[in-house]
Design a protein around this ligand. Structure first.
Ligand code: ARG
Length: 422
C-alpha cells in the first residue's frame, strides 16, 4: 500500500522491458513509490503511450518532458562548436543526452519530494557513470538506485517477472542489438557486431540507406552558421531541432553518417559501436570548413586540442565540471567570427564540402591568386626564408654536419656532408 511506503524515487523510464520491470521491483525491494520520468530528446517514441504504460505498470505518477530544444541549444550545438568528436569519430549523441536527463531528473525529484533517483544502466557501460556523476554532483543527498547493477535477472527472468506483475510486454521480437538514440544520433551494439571483423549487416542500420543503394545524383545543402551555431538551411532561418531533423533525413537518404567505431569505454573495455549520425557528420564537417576560413592558424591548431579534451570530458560524464566551463569560455571566444555559409554535397555515403564563404573570411584572393592581381610580396619571401631556416642551418653546421659527417635520417644515410659558414 502506498501509505506505508518509505518515500519516492524518480526513475528514468523508457517504457522498455527493463525499466518497466523496475517499477514493481523497486516498490518491492525498496518499499518506495515510483514516479517515472521520460525525457524526449528526439526519436523517443510516443510519449503519451509511454506515460500510460508507466501508470499501468504501477507508477504513482508518470512525468514526461520535451527537452529537445534544450538539448540542441545547450548541449548539442556547444559540443558542435567545440568540434567534439570522441576519438575523432563519435559525435557523442548519447553522452550529451545523459547529463541533461540526469539534471532534469534532479529537478523532478525536487518537485516530487523524492529522496532517490533510479536508472536502468548496466554496470559495464559509460551511461551509469554519466548519470551517477551528475546526480552526485548536483544532488549528493539523493540515493541512487541502479537495479540492473543489482539484480541478476536474465531476459527470460525479466519476462517472467513482467508476466507475474501484469506488465504489458510488446510482442515484438527482441532486436539482437542494444540500441540508443536521440536527435543527434543512433547507436547500435552487441549481437554480431561484437566481432570487430564482421561487417555490419544492413539490418543493424535504422536511419541510413546503404551507400550502394543511395540515389545516383547528389544532394546539396547550404548551412548557415552564426558564431559557430547553425541558424539556417538552404537560405531559410531554422531552429536547431528542425534543422537537425532535416539533415538527418537528407543525409540518411544518401547514406551519410555511418560510423563504425571500436571505442575505449571509461570503464576500461573496448567496445564496437555502430553509429548513425547524418546531421552530426554533416554539421561537424561544415563547421570545421567554416573555421578554416574564419580562424587564425594558431587558433585553429589549438582548438583541435580543446576539441579532444572537450570530447573526453563529455564522454567521461564530466559535463557539470569547472573544466567544462573553462573550455566553453575558450570555445565561445573562438567562435565570435565563425559566421557564414557552407555548401555540402551528399553523395553515396559521403559528405564533402562543395564551398564555403564568410564576411569574416581570412582567405584573401589577392594574396592567394596565381593570376593577375597578385598582391603577395614575392621579394619579401627571400629574406623571410633566410631567417626561417637560420636556426636549422646553424645547428647543422655546428652539430649535425660537423667534420664531414653526412646528414643521416632513417633511410637517407650520408646526405650532404659539406660544412660551410652560417
Ligand atoms: N557507446 C556510446 C556511449 O558510450 C553509446 C552508448 C549507448 N547507450 C546504450 N545504453 N545503448 O556514449
Amino acid at each position: 500500500m502506498a501509505e506505508t511506503r518509505r518515500g519516492k524515487v524518480v526513475l528514468a523510464y523508457s517504457g522498455g522491458l527493463d525499466t518497466s520491470v523496475m517499477v514493481p521491483w523497486i516498490q518491492e525491494k525498496y518499499n518506495m513509490d515510483v514516479v517515472t520520468f521520460t525525457v524526449d530528446l528526439g526519436c523517443t517514441g510516443d510519449m503519451e503511450k509511454i506515460r500510460q504504460k508507466a501508470l499501468k505498470t504501477g507508477a504513482v505518477d508518470a512525468v514526461t518532458q520535451d527537452a529537445r530544444n534544450l538539448f540542441v541549444d545547450c548541449f548539442v550545438f556547444p559540443a558542435l562548436a567545440a568540434g567534439a568528436l570522441y576519438e575523432g569519430k563519435y559525435p557523442l549523441a548519447t553522452a550529451l543526452g545523459r547529463p541533461l536527463i540526469a539534471k532534469l531528473m534532479v529537478d523532478a525529484a525536487r518537485a516530487h519530494n523524492a529522496t532517490a533517483v533510479a536508472h536502468g544502466c548496466t554496470g559495464k557501460g559509460n551511461d551509469q557513470v554519466r548519470f551517477d556523476v551528475t546526480f552526485q554532483t548536483l544532488a549528493p543527498d539523493l540515493k541512487i538506485i541502479a537495479p540492473v547493477r543489482e539484480w541478476k535477472m536474465s531476459r527470460d527472468q525479466a519476462l517472467e517477472y513482467a508476466a507475474k506483475h501484469d506488465i504489458p510486454v510488446e510482442a515484438t521480437v527482441k532486436s539482437p542489438y542494444s540500441l540508443d538514440m536521440n536527435l543527434f544520433g543512433r547507436s547500435c551494439e552487441a549481437g554480431v557486431l561484437e566481432d570487430p571483423w564482421t561487417e555490419p549487416p544492413e539490418e543493424a542500420f535504422g536511419w541510413t540507406t546503404s551507400p550502394e543503394s543511395a540515389p545516383d545524383s547528389p544532394a546539396y545543402v547550404t548551412i548557415e552558421f552564426e558564431s559557430g551555431r547553425p541558424v539556417g538551411l538552404d537560405g531559410k532561418a531554422m531552429d536547431g531541432v528542425p534543422l537537425i531533423e532535416a539533415l538527418n533525413a537528407v543525409g540518411g537518404e544518401h547514406g551519410v553518417g555511418r560510423i563504425d567505431h571500436v571505442e575505449n569505454r571509461l570503464v576500461g573495455i573496448k567496445s564496437r559501436e555502430l553509429y548513425e549520425a547524418p546531421a552530426a557528420v554533416i554539421l561537424h564537417m561544415a563547421h570545421r570548413e567554416l573555421e578554416s576560413l574564419c580562424l587564425s592558424k594558431q587558433a585553429q591548431r589549438f582548438k583541435t586540442i580543446v576539441a579532444q579534451e572537450y570530447a573526453d570530458l563529455v564522454y567521461n560524464g564530466l559535463w557539470f565540471s569547472g573544466f567544462h566551463q573553462d573550455l566553453a569560455a575558450f570555445v565561445a571566444s573562438s567562435q565570435r567570427f565563425v559566421s557564414g555559409q557552407v555548401r555540402m554535397k551528399l553523395f553515396k555515403g559521403q559528405a564533402t564540402v562543395a564551398g564555403r564563404k564568410s564576411d569574416n573570411s581570412l582567405y584573401s584572393k589577392k594574396l592567394a591568386t596565381y593570376e593577375t592581381g597578385d598582391q603577395f610580396d614575392h621579394e619579401a619571401a627571400k629574406g623571410f626564408i633566410r631567417l626561417w631556416g637560420l636556426g636549422q642551418q646553424t645547428q647543422a653546421n655546428i652539430q649535425l654536419l660537423k667534420d664531414g659527417r653526412g646528414f643521416t635520417l632513417p633511410g637517407i644515410a650520408g646526405t650532404g656532408g659539406e660544412t660551410g659558414k652560417a
